[in-house]
Every structure is written in C-alpha cells, then in structure tokens.
Design a protein around this ligand. Structure first.
Ligand SMILES: [Zn+2]
Length: 573
C-alpha cells in the first residue's frame, strides 16, 4: 500500500482496522467481537500469514444485545452509540499521534517521525454501515440514490465528509434539528462517531472492497439462485454430478443446491465449473441463452480480475469492461421474469473497485478472509483456554502470555542465527536516555556521614580530591587537565561529613517508544547502599549499581570519571 506523506521528512503510517463478530462456541451461542489492527507499511505477503503476527488484537468490543431496551429502534441506536464510543476510546491515542507524530523505530532500526492515520476499515456490509453511520440499504461510500444502485452509469460522488461533520456537530443543539440534518445527509444520528476527531481520516473513503462478502457471498450467490430459476435445479445438479474428476475441481456429488449453507470456500469451488455447466443448457420456451452465458462470463471475469495480485491500467480497464458487459446483458433476468430490478448495494459496490484498487492497492491487501482466520487464533482458541466464566479477562491474559512467549522464542531464534543489534538501534536507545532526568529524594538517606566512612562503607576513597576537581572545573572551565589537577591539589575543603543519598531515580521527560509511555514514569534507578541489618538483625548485603555517565564535554572526558562524577552524583554536600 502507498499513502503519500503530507509533510516532508515525516512518514505516514496507514492504520488498517478490521472488525467482525464471530461465534466462539457451537452450542452456547457465545459470541466475541474482536477488532484487529495492522499497518499498511507491512508487505501483504507478511500480513496475510497469521504465523507472522502482523495483525494484532486491539480489543473485544461488547456483544451485548441490550435486551432490556424494549423499543427496537432505541435499542439499535444505543448499540450503535455503544460501538462507536468503544472504538473511539480505543483509538483516542491516534488523535495526538496523528497530528504531532510519534517516534517509530522501523525494521531497519532507524528512528523516524511517524504519523499514524486511519487509512482502511475492513469489514462486511453490516460492519461498513455500522462504522460509517450510514443507513442500511445505501452505499456507505457514496451518495448514489437507492433506486439507482443497479445502474451502470448513474453519477455519484463520494460522501462529503465536511458536510456530514457539520450535521454531526449539531448534536448539542436542538435534537429535532440534529435528527433532520442527519436525515438530509442520509446518515444515522450517531452521538460522537469514533472517526470525527481522527486527523486526516475519512471513514467513507476508508471502506475497502470486500471480495468475500460482496462477490462470492453476494453477487455470485445471487447469480446462482437466478440460474436455478432459469434452468431448473434438477438439470444443474445432474450436470454437477457428471463432471469428470479433476485435480482442481471439487465434485459436488449431491449437487450444489442441496447444501444447507454455502460457505465462501464452496462458492469458490462452484465458480470454477459453473460456466462450463450451463454453457450449452437450453432455456425454457426455446429462448436463446447466449446473453445469460455472457452475463455469467462477465461476472466471473470481474470476479477473477478483482483478485489479481498485481494490476496495471490495462487490467483495471479490463475490470471495468467486465462490469460493463455484465450490466449490458443482465436484462435477460428481467425478461425471464426472475428479477425486476438490480438495486443491490453489493452490485453497486463493484463500481468502486477500480478506484479503490488504485488508491489502496490490490484486494488481497484487505481481504476479510484474513479476519476470519484470525478469529481462530485470537478468539476461539482463547475462549477454549478459559473455564467459560468471566471469559474476557482470562482470554486477554492468555493471549498476552502467548504473545510474550512467541516474542521471546522469536528473539532467541534470531540471536541463534548470529544476528546482532543494528548500530542504529543502539543510537535510538541512547537518544531515549537523553530524554531522561534524574530525581533524588527530598531528604538524604544518611545524614552527616564522615569522609572516612565514605571510604570504608561506600568505597568512595577519593571523594575529596574528586570534589576539589569538580569545584575547580566549575569555577574555571577553561583550564587544561594539568592545570586543573594542580589547582585542585592546592584546595583545602573544610568538610568532615556529608549527607548521602542512596538512590537516584530516572524519569522519562518525554514518551519514548522503547520505554514506558507515561511521561514521568520511573524508567531506571541507581542504588548505592552499604551493608546493613534489618529490624530482625539479619544482614542485608551492600548494593552498588554500575552507572555509566555520558558527557558531551571533551574536557570532562579527560577527568577521572570513576572517582569524580559518580562520587558527586551519590554524595551531595
Ligand atoms: Zn457507492
């Protein structure tokens, strides 16, 4: 996928979301509603393999049916608002990160400023209607009228986001005016849709083509039922049974109309021989089946062209041509009395395919079949690992542990292959450390510790010479190292004891990708505590952590750091 950066030097990270409700059990009627996330920068060959973990589970959305709300339309409205509120809560960090950018470390180890922008929302038609807030029966992407959905050339415009945002902004004003404004724009009066405040996001633009539900489980399914009415169930089933065995063809020995519920995979199998089965079949009353064959041929052309893993302008032109041929010949179903109109949102969606492929890449980038596969790993297996009581807490914990085990085993395998950390990654960590600031307690851990005790208990034998060097360097930073040593040797410090702090904590000034995301959180600490006894008389061994001090000043580097900087850090006069 390619999405152009709007700022020079910045990288746009296209966020791709997908959500779909699934049954996690066969009998108890328990459902889960996971929402997944991936980014468009990942190659599709990696994204489509679940073992590569390029898609992550963001959350489980609520599956409640709100049965206590007896009014059906009120219940539907509340469910809509609930889903939008939940997704809005999950995506809230995208608002700031999308506008200001955030530090992201790429696979090459280089730190860049990335702007995560919601680019795609992958889902079937009910999901698209839900997230876009449009009305069921309309196209969720454009403003085409409902009775022109079957038209091959009726003009349409993509929905005007600014116009819809203006209607939604009236939510705090007169409720009647708000409902009327939403009705005029043909959207539901949703309270605060999750995409309203997302920077540079246009949800109507983000809805992607869906080969599984729009073509296989949509138009192809409809077309098979139309063919059934045209040719009769018995003849088609009889021909299916007589098909010769072939490596790539599944034989339906009981016919294709005896299947209780035809899955997407079965529709794929049926599409492989459907044209061959009906190609010379006579229509009742001796009518010519030529246009019917052309219609099916055009539909199958469109189906397979839409799934090309690569496209050029000429293949996209072929895609549009196939759709045009379908529309040219589809009237045969009207003449046979099978259909009266073709105002199907799924048929109209085919008109968006070429444009969407140009914009978001080929359809295998955003296939809803991947979401179905993820349900097995991230919802069904997780549910089976629970005791089926309070399952969501257990499912998330189980998934978290499984992810950590996978990361760890991947890391071990990676290191065993002889890989080392890229130098740029080390640079990233150092730049993160530069954002740190240290904090010490308000009161010292030990008061008035004698200089002798500093040597015996803390090992700071050269504290006074180091302090003398420090005083000279602060007073006269231009001195050379030999001059500094001479001046320090002449200083007599009238000190016999100092306050000692046993711990320094480092806080994050800014958010850092490699550390805690909370500004102000403790990310590291250094301890310097001599041996002592606890309240029960047991010995607690001494703890002296190693601290490496990075200085930018060349003059400082020449000074003996071990006896100077660390002593100064740990002992405050
Ligand atoms: Zn449309």
């Amino acid at each position: 996928m390619k999405l152009e950066a709007k700022w020079p030097g910045a990288t746009v990270v296209p966020i791709m979301l997908s959500s779909d409700k699934t049954q996690v059990t066969m009998f108890r009627n328990k459902a889960a509603y996971p929402i997944y996330m991936t980014i468009g920068n990942i190659p599709k060959d990696i994204r489509r393999k679940p073992s590569h973990h390029a898609q992550i589970l963001l959350a489980y959305l609520p599956t409640t049916r709100l049965d206590h709300i007896s009014n059906q339309s009120a219940r539907r409205r509340t469910l809509n608002n609930l889903v939008h509120a939940c997704i809005g809560h999950i995506l809230q960090p995208l608002q700031l990160a999308g506008n200001r950018g955030m530090e992201l470390c790429g696979g090459d180890g280089i730190l860049r400023r990335g702007h995560p922008i919601l680019a795609c929302y992958i889902g079937d038609y009910p999901e698209q209607v839900l997230v876009s807030g449009t009305i069921t029966g309309d196209c969720p992407k454009c403003d085409i009228l409902r009775d022109e959905l079957g038209s091959p050339d009726a003009p349409f415009e993509l929905r005007d986001l600014q116009n819809i945002l203006a209607a939604l902004s009236q939510v705090d004003e007169d409720p009647v005016a708000f409902a009327r404004a939403c009705h005029e724009r043909r959207i539901k009066p949703v309270l605060g849709p999750f995409w309203v405040n997302l920077p540079f996001a246009n949800i109507f633009d983000s809805l992607t083509p869906d080969v599984l539900h729009q073509l296989y489980q949509g138009i192809i399914k409809h077309c098979i039922s139309w063919l059934r009415q045209a040719f009769g169930e018995a003849e088609i089933d009889a021909r299916c049974r007589r098909l010769p065995p072939n490596h790539n063809i599944r034989l339906f020995m009981k016919g294709i109309f005896g299947l209780a519920r035809v899955s997407g995979a079965e529709h794929k199998q049926i599409c492989r021989f459907l044209l061959g089965v009906i190609v010379d079949m006579p229509l009742p009353n001796g009518a010519s089946p030529i246009r019917l064959v052309r219609t099916l041929c055009a539909l199958l052309d469109f189906l397979y062209l839409a799934q090309y893993p690569q496209h050029t302008d000429s293949t996209l032109q072929l895609l549009d041509d196939a759709l045009e041929r379908f529309h040219t010949n589809k009237e045969i179903f009207v003449e046979l009395g099978i259909r009266s109109a073709f105002n199907l949102p799924k048929l109209h969606a085919c008109r968006h395919y070429a444009d969407m492929i140009r914009r978001f890449g080929t359809t295998d980038n955003y296939n809803t079949e991947y979401t179905k596969r993820l349900h097995i790993d991230l919802a069904k297996d997780a549910y089976r690992a629970t005791n089926h009581k309070g399952e969501y807490d257990q499912m998330t914990l189980w998934l978290e542990r499984r992810e950590k085990i996978i990361w760890h085993s991947n890391f071990i395998a990676w290191r065993q292959q002889g890989n080392s950390f890229p130098s740029t990654c080390l640079g990233v960590q150092r730049s993160a450390e530069c954002q740190r600031e240290y904090k010490i307690a308000k009161h010292p851990s030990a008061r008035w510790v004698s200089i002798e005790a500093l040597g015996t208990d803390y090992g700071a034998h050269f504290f006074l010479p180091a302090l003398a060097r420090f005083v000279v360097r602060v007073a006269s930073p231009q001195l050379s190292s030999a001059q500094l040593e001479n001046s320090a040797a002449r200083i007599v410090l009238p000190i016999h004891a100092v306050h000692v702090y046993h711990k320094i904590r480092y806080h994050n000034k800014n958010c850092s990708p490699s550390e805690s995301n909370e500004p102000g959180a403790t990310v590291d600490s250094i301890h310097a505590r001599p041996k002592r006894r606890d309240g029960q008389g047991r010995d607690i061994p001494a703890r002296f952590d190693t601290g490496l001090v990075y200085t930018h000043n060349e003059a400082q580097r020449r000074v003996d750091r071990t006896s100077f900087i660390l002593d100064i850090l740990l002992c405050h006069y």
